[in-house]
Design a protein around this ligand. Structure first.
Ligand code: PLP
Length: 280
């Protein structure tokens, strides 16, 4: 039975309960984080906690815990629950109140943390993607628990037999339904720049940082639909899937249809970084 943390207590996940008046349940009024942990240690923890506090601030909430107490909660779950590699899921809602849209002041937030085993994945295995209009709201930089748009877009991808939906807004790539997007076009690696229209992915930002002083430096610049469709390589990044090359887009091969040379180099560098950060 998996252990979770809810509002100050550790308890079996199956016994965790919240009120039906929780604003997360009623309005989707809350934020979340997904933090990968390798060898039972959170990966890029500081970056995830910074983003969590940014999301809270963006919806007018204060930070809930400092880094030390978060780390203690995560360590207890990671050391108790199944799996050397796990994902931590953190959800904070504005709390419980009678159902009115405007948030009442000074509610006690609802804080949930749970973890689950992270399946081993072959990062050199190409996946398929389909494109779709990005019909979500205009604050996709907030890691909001209101994910209906992302859910419908992923459902569209799965029903089309694909792994991910790559989203286009006004002729430009924003991101995937639950990932960031990189393309190699004319030999240059691109990812869309940070904006309110996409999530600042921790994995995305790590790649930009890792590649900054290399021949594969990432250009953070708009990626047009035309660039996407004529790309030599397309990849996805996320904490859960890490990196994934896209071999097929809308039923057509990307580049040579396999795993590209730039991807192989970058994957090697990413894996080297993972190993070195475990040794620290
Ligand atoms: N974009 C969206 C919409 C996501 O849901 C996610 C992760 O789930 C990402 C990007 C990738 O972010 P990260 O690398 O921080 O997991």
């Amino acid at each position: 039975m998996s252990l979770c943390y809810l509002n100050g207590s550790f308890l079996p996940l199956a016994e965790a309960q919240i009120s039906v008046l929780d604003r997360g349940f009623i309005f989707g009024d809350g934020v979340y984080e997904v933090i990968p942990a390798f060898g039972r240690r959170p990966f890029r923890l500081d970056a995830h906690l910074r983003r969590l506090d940014r999301s809270l601030s963006a919806i007018g909430m204060r930070p809930v815990l400092a880094a030390g107490p978060w780390a203690e909660i995560f360590a207890r779950l990671l050391n108790t629950n199944e799996g050397e590699d796990q994902t931590l899921y953190v959800q904070i809602t504005r709390g419980v109140a009678p159902r009115v849209h405007a948030p009442p002041p000074n509610l006690a937030p609802t804080v949930l943390v749970m973890s689950s085993p992270l399946p081993r994945q072959d990062l050199a295995q190409a996946v398929s993607a389909v494109t779709h209009e990005d019909f979500r709201w205009q604050r996709c930089d907030i890691k909001s628990i209101s994910l209906l748009g992302n859910v419908l877009l992923r459902q569209f991808a799965v029903e089309a037999g694909a792994h991910e939906a790559i989203l286009l807004r006004d002729g430009q790539v924003t991101e995937g339904a639950s990932s960031n997007v990189f393309v190699v076009h004319d030999g240059q690696l691109y990812t869309p720049p940070h904006s309110q229209l996409l999530l600042p992915g921790v994995t995305r930002d790590l790649l930009v940082e890792l590649l900054a002083d290399t021949d594969d430096a990432v250009r953070e610049a708009p990626v047009t639909e035309q660039m996407l469709r004529s790309a030599e390589e397309i990849w996805l990044s996320s904490s859960g899937r890490e990196l994934a090359p896209v071999g097929i887009l809308d039923g057509r091969p990307v580049g040579a249809g396999g795993v590209g040379d730039v991807y192989r180099r970058v994957l090697a560098r990413y894996q080297q970084f993972k190993v070195s950060s475990r040794e620290r």
